[in-house]
Design a protein around this ligand. Sequence first.
Ligand code: FA5
Ligand code: MG
Length: 337
Amino acid sequence: MCTLKTIVFDHFKELSSKTNGPEFKTYDAFPPVVTTKANFDDLLVPADHPSRSYSDTFYVTSDIILRPHTSAHQTQLLRQGDMAFLVAGDCYRRDEIDASHYPIFHQMEGVKVFDPKDLSSDPAVAEKQVMDDLKASLEGVATKLFGQRNMRWIDAYFPFTHPSAELEVEYNGKWLEVLGCGKIHHKIMENVGLGDRQGWAFGIGLERLAMALFDVPDIRLFWSDDPRFLNQFQAGKITKFVPFSKYPMTSRDVSFWYDPEKFHDNDFFAIVREAAGDCVENVQKVEEFVHPKTKRCSKLFRINYRSLERTLQTEEVNVWQENVRRVLSQQPGIELR
Ligand code: FA5
Ligand code: MG
């Protein structure tokens, strides 16, 4: 992550000197504990937005959280007068379980505010100038990192930017989303005292970048202390990952009745992470239905267990599966089937 952080930091330093643009200040030591005000309110995230819920975000108290994105620092830095900056840091989310999602990951936020004299006075033209500069800057980083890999822009939605976009990179025959970005919402600019200015912002997932860059197939590998993984990489160098053989997978199903008001998929994923740890490669939702007479809701999940380091024993998988079932059965409104 450090190698990547340095590459992206350096890229933007170079960019500002080449274009005579503002110098990007860099930050990488803000504590990950932030207020809901900085993380949500200041970014115009609506009161009922799912990202605010306990099933998406880790709450410390009702108004203190572990940051789910580095955008948490955006308005504070704009208010203090930074016109171009990069913020790297660890982020925390309750999320799906698969090869590209992990509850802890790293993001880098980038923000650039334009001098009004560098933009057209026609708002529509200015908007296009901002978006073109944003996309060109990010394509520059992406091309530097990935060379000839296929990439595509797709439209996106974020409460704090408009217009918004996401960049995807082709990886293992699939599109892997690596970043979100957009023109900073004018209300945010007004709130931080920059109502006469325009700017762009982006947030890159550093593990996703690293996966595509180093050919790492599974995000869990970044947390592995297996020497077969670690010894393949050296600080500051980009080398391709040579896969070691995949060990066999063991699958176990669990199905249960639940109360849709009280229990969300992310609650299930959190229980699985907690009870069974890193040997879960992914969790698939196999079935979901509402009983036609009783109207009770049921779900069936398949937990696929596989270690990156060894063949799992049936007994240990049984213990994890039992843990999952036990913790699950203690949740309000849950009845195992
Ligand atoms: C955001 O977090 C926005 N703050 C990005 C942004 C910043 C938009 C500034 C506009 C302006 P999103 O939730 O899509 O967006 O996450 C951004 C990136 O973080 C993703 O593309 C992905 O690369 C990475 N990411 C998100 N969740 C995870 C996860 N669970 N594991 C690993 N990487 C993740
Ligand atoms: Mg996204």
